[in-house]
Design a protein around this ligand. Structure first.
Ligand SMILES: [Zn+2]
Ligand SMILES: [Zn+2]
Length: 284
């Protein structure tokens, strides 16, 4: 099959011919990809930012925001069947650890992260698990929703936003700031516009926060990290999407144009890409 693989950091991924994934474990599900979101995280992976945390051997297939149709299932899979339309929670999880039992999918002790820790979905097929599959209305076009798989996100404009927020709040600052950028200076602005006892949520990433600890204790501001969301968050988001209450501005690219998708995202030519991590979509 064709797949978009990263061979070296600071170099564009390339389209390779690779073997199709196969069912290994009883709960494995092979999905025929209908859409794979292109995300700033992919740009950060190419920059090598995830290498220390993941150490994933190169080359591997990118793509952590995936939707498509069930192609093949392991012997223990009962919740989806071949042909079902599905969106995939980004991390196949074990279901047995304390985090899984609390529904806290992102902190499963045995989680994999296709597209970051092993082969992802910018390919014709992806191996995931039964636990990661959210079944969709069969009329759903996977490419229209794929980027929502990793959608936690909102706000933060550019230029003068700290003053704007202070003006809007009578000088107090915001109670809650959701920073979908958190790099190139947005991280300092995001904390600066957070009011006393307020919470600054870091959702985008790539920058560095430099904050005197005195400022943190004297104002009792909270700094909170976020990654992806739970399986239930994704299932509920799909209900909102399928009833038209959440819509995604998506531009689709054929897999052969994946370099254009990355370039457009990097250059800010994809509408809304600074407000939600994944807005462009690559698919074959
Ligand atoms: Zn993403
Ligand atoms: Zn687990």
């Amino acid at each position: 099959m064709k797949a978009v693989r990263l061979h070296a950091f600071h170099a564009q991924p390339v389209i390779d011919e690779v073997p199709e994934p196969t069912v290994g474990e009883p709960l494995d599900v092979i999905v025929k990809i209908g859409g794979a979101g292109v995300c700033r995280t992919d740009l950060h992976i190419i920059e090598g930012q995830w290498d220390a945390a993941m150490g994933t051997p190169l080359p591997y297939i990118l793509g952590h925001e995936n939707a498509g149709w069930v192609h093949q299932v392991g012997s223990g899979v009962t919740n989806v069947a071949v042909g079902d339309t599905v969106i995939l929670h980004p991390t196949p999880t074990c279901g047995l650890c304390r985090a899984c039992r609390a529904g806290d999918d992102m902190h499963c002790v045995a989680a994999e992260f296709p597209g970051l820790s092993r082969d992802g979905g910018m390919a014709e097929y992806l191996r995931t698990s039964a636990r990661a599959c959210v079944k969709l209305d069969p009329r759903t076009r996977p490419a229209d929703v794929a980027a929502l798989a990793d959608a936690q996100h909102t706000v933060v404009g550019d230029g003068g936003q700290v003053d704007a927020v202070r003006d809007l709040t009578g000088g107090a600052g915001a109670n809650v700031v959701l920073d979908f950028v958190a790099e190139q200076g947005a991280e300092q602005d995001g904390f600066a516009m957070t009011g006393r006892a307020g919470s600054y949520f870091v959702i985008g990433y790539g920058g560095q926060l430099q904050i005197p600890t005195l400022d943190i204790i004297s104002t009792e501001r909270n700094i909170i990290g976020n990654i992806v969301g739970t399986y239930n968050d994704l299932a509920e988001l799909m209900v909102l999407a399928q009833t038209g209450r959440v819509t995604l501005h998506t531009r689709t690219y054929p897999m052969e144009a994946v370099a254009d998708a990355f370039a457009d995202l990097d250059a800010g030519r994809v509408r809304g890409h600074r407000r939600a991590n994944g807005q462009g979509t690559a698919f074959q």
